[in-house]
Design a protein around this ligand. Structure first.
Ligand code: SAH
Length: 214
């Protein structure tokens, strides 16, 4: 158990009230935001702004998405206890830790080694055990498929077919698609060959990069 000030818990409670105003209603999702210490996923100097609804820079020019975006994606994914989830873009690990409150069967992939290493350290500190992989999210994790749900936390230029293939029939993928800005898609795999896709507004994510891109 990590010791922290009442002030930080107060700031988290306020964040949860703010998320409710922004349409987050799922009690388990709200509870995850009330519990996970977002300030630990960033530089110490940023603690005072950790619970504002804004994206925050982390290593390698990447960002932790703003809490309302993390909450929106998590709610849309509609995770049930014991479901097996694949996350693309571990980043700071904050979204991973939120998902872990909903099911412990989490697999997450990050392509930047410094971020991957930092996320491992924080998971250890929080005593949580998502399955972490350093690699290319476009390929997913065929050896661990199929997944009930897939969450992509970087802006994808298109929906990667390998990820669709790794969804169970009936499974759902939440993925922001687009170059400069992205449209949030919820993709439901209704059979081996068919998907239904629904759109949920515009967002701005860092890009999902290919193997050698910087
Ligand atoms: N879920 C993260 C969001 C981080 S930003 C959080 O809560 O902090 C998106 C992350 O996706 C970045 O860390 C970036 O390095 C990673 N990413 C981009 N392209 C990727 C790819 N092809 N495979 C795996 N990770 C990727």
């Amino acid at each position: 158990m990590i010791q922290e000030s009442l002030l930080l818990q107060g700031m988290r409670n306020k964040l949860v009230e703010n998320l409710k105003l922004k349409g987050i209603t799922n009690p388990q999702v709200l509870d995850a935001f009330r519990t996970v210490p977002r300030h630990l996923f960033m530089d110490l100097s940023l603690e005072r702004v950790a619970y504002e609804d804004r994206a925050i820079e982390i290593l390698c020019n990447q960002t932790i998405s703003q809490p309302s975006t993390v909450a929106f994606q998590t709610q849309l994914l509609d995770v049930k206890n014991r479901e097996k989830i694949l996350e693309i873009g571990t980043g700071s690990g904050y979204q991973t830790a939120i998902l872990y409150r909903l099911t412990s069967r989490i697999y997450t992939i990050e392509r930047q080694k410094p971020l991957y290493d930092a996320a491992l350290r924080i998971f250890e500190r929080l005593n949580i055990h998502p399955n972490c992989f350093f690699g290319d999210g476009y390929k997913g994790l065929p050896g661990f498929a199929p997944f009930d749900k897939i969450l992509v936390t970087c802006g994808a230029p298109f929906v990667p077919q390998d990820l669709v293939d790794q969804l169970k029939t009936g499974g759902v993928m939440v993925i922001p698609v687009g170059d400069e800005k992205q449209t949030m898609y919820k993709i439901t795999k209704i059979s081996d060959k068919e998907i239904i896709s629904e759109q949920f507004g515009n967002f701005k994510f860092v890009p999902m990069l290919k193997d050698k891109q910087r």
